[in-house]
Design a protein around this ligand. Sequence first.
Ligand code: HGY
Ligand code: MN
Ligand code: MN
Length: 422
Amino acid sequence: MPVGDFRNKHLDLKINSRRLHERINALAEVSPIEGGGNCRLALTDEDKDGRDLVVAWMRELDLEVTIDAIGNIIGTWNVGSGQSVMSGSHIDTVRTGGRFDGCYGVLAALEAIETCKDANVIPPRPLAVGIFTDEEGARFAPDMLGSLVYVGGMSTEQALDVVAIDGAKLGDELVRIGYAGPTPCPGAVPHAFVELHIEQGPMLEANDVRIGAVTSVQGISWQEVTIHGQSNHAGTTPMSLRHDPAYVAAEITVFLRNLAKDLGGDQVCTVGKIDLHPNLTNVVPARATLTLDVRNTDEKLLKIAESKIKDFLAQIAISEGVEIKTRELARFEPVVFDDRVIDLVEEIAKEQNNSVQRMPSGAGHDAQMLARVCPAGMIFVPSVKGISHNAAEFTEEADLNAGANILLHTMLALTTLDSTDK
Ligand code: HGY
Ligand code: MN
Ligand code: MN
């Protein structure tokens, strides 16, 4: 059957928006924070509670639930034959997360399956929903860790040994929360993968467009920088004799801001985390540890940014008499999604009377990992004021419903995607 042939018999199928919003709000009740967001760092008790809730919904739908060695949860509706069409995302959050980041994509995928079941629309392939472990990478780096292991981009052993920012070991935490599953990684390769997500940026709202047909994900470079200086008395040590890691950390932060300005275009640089030791008012610090998050849609420019940072670190270590060590936390090149999936998202968005534009993703997503093994793509809906990784993250209900209906029909269309016609 040509792409979309199965779907064309069910063009009037629509999700149950009340049910979708009930589930989004119920999951948002798991470890809520002030302002309406959530704190469910990967593999914490709070993450476990969120996992347990969504797994219970999967079981109520009689999905086959598998948990793999890195804690990825896959709920599959075993109908039809062959590889599944998979959707999904993540439900772990950053410490000050919003209620939609990741969760919306998981719950809309669940809703798509329930809508088909309710209408007795039986696709020719299995439909699956993935909840990928540690997408945020905020506690255990790198980000998208679970989907990276799922596609064989990182060994299970290496991932289980990752140490969190709080010192815990990933494998120990998986066992502790009861999500060290029996299914081996890499996981079963889907026929195709499509992820629905909030944009987390300002572009759709600024252009007054409802849907993003995502073309690509920008490159990501994360590193931890540790600066060893000379701890000393804040009152007695002349400025000329100081080797002050806090000052060097500040210079690095300013350098990154200017680097982004100089490179322009899509270049973004962030120092999100700085820890000082001993972190006391009257002590010139011994050590500063900071993280650099550097991204660009263009791999060549990203490499230039990394090389300029390296040169700056070498130069300031000499001028300030400190020792600087770096450790790579994440490095992913830009990813381009499958044209056929992008075309489908655009076609279905228009068919359902939505404004739609093609656009890159500034944030990392699990779909960029699944794109390594199967045709993959993403659907974006607007973020109000472009805010995300913030409890104030918000998307209008009508936009959420529109995105979920496009996801439903994209999944159905992908069940008849002919994998030979690349
Ligand atoms: O870091 C990211 O872009 C994503 O939120 N994990
Ligand atoms: Mn996300
Ligand atoms: Mn996120």
